[in-house]
Design a protein around this ligand. Structure first.
Ligand code: MLT
Length: 208
């Protein structure tokens, strides 16, 4: 389907079967809107896929928000960009006739999805956050009653020390989200277990 002119360059694949919720794919640093399409097809077969390209460039590599150093976020920029991306999701939902999506984010994409959960709690029907970090040093109180969230971390991730996603899981759970946090035997890169866990979680979600 040719993409209408919305506020982010993006790819959209319409649903080919009823049931699974639409999926918002959020790539990592240096990725683009095509990157996670195969992951989306594997995790949520037949679901509508919406995949924007991050607007921030770091040495030519697209990201969703600025950082000051690896793992050190420009939180003002992150707040602005999370709002901007939530605006895109609203636009795309109207343009394509979608219900609230489940976010599926990797690394930088997981981090902006986590920020959106905390800033715009109605944006998502749920989220899979792969190699996510806590996005804010201090998060404002938010209510996420029952929002399903799967966090997948790597036990040997050199970018995300394991205490960090544990804090994120605790913050989201304290807000009322139904959080599952799994620590997989891996580093920062995607591994097969991410696909298997994400697919099983999505199947359960789609089955209601
Ligand atoms: C980030 O900046 O979001 C994290 O450091 C992950 C990354 O993009 O490498």
């Amino acid at each position: 389907m040719s993409a209408p002119a919305l506020s982010f360059v993006h790819r959209f694949e319409p649903a080919v079967r009823p049931g699974p919720p639409p999926v918002l794919l959020l790539h990592g640093t240096g990725g683009d809107e095509t990157d996670l399409i195969p992951l989306g097809r594997t995790v949520a077969p037949g679901a509508a896929l919406l995949s924007p390209r991050g607007k921030v460039l770091e040495g030519g590599m697209p990201r969703f928000f600025r950082r000051l150093a690896e793992g050190v976020f420009d939180e003002d920029d992150l707040r602005r960009r999370a709002d901007e991306l939530a605006g895109f999701v609203d636009q795309a939902r109207k343009a394509y006739g979608l219900s609230a999506p489940v976010a599926l984010g990797f690394s930088n994409g997981a981090n902006i999805a986590a920020a959106m959960l905390l800033l715009r709690p109605d944006a998502f029907a749920g989220a899979i956050l792969i190699r996510a970090m806590e996005p804010f040093r201090e998060a404002s109180p938010v209510r996420l009653p029952g929002t399903p969230v799967l966090i997948l971390s790597g036990s040997a991730d050199p970018i995300v020390p394991i205490d960090n996603p544990k804090r994120l899981a605790a913050t989201l759970a304290a807000a009322g989200a139904a959080v599952e946090h799994e620590i997989l035997p891996g580093g920062h890169a995607l591994i097969q277990a991410d696909l298997v866990r994400s697919r099983a979680w999505m199947d359960r979600l789609a089955a209601g």
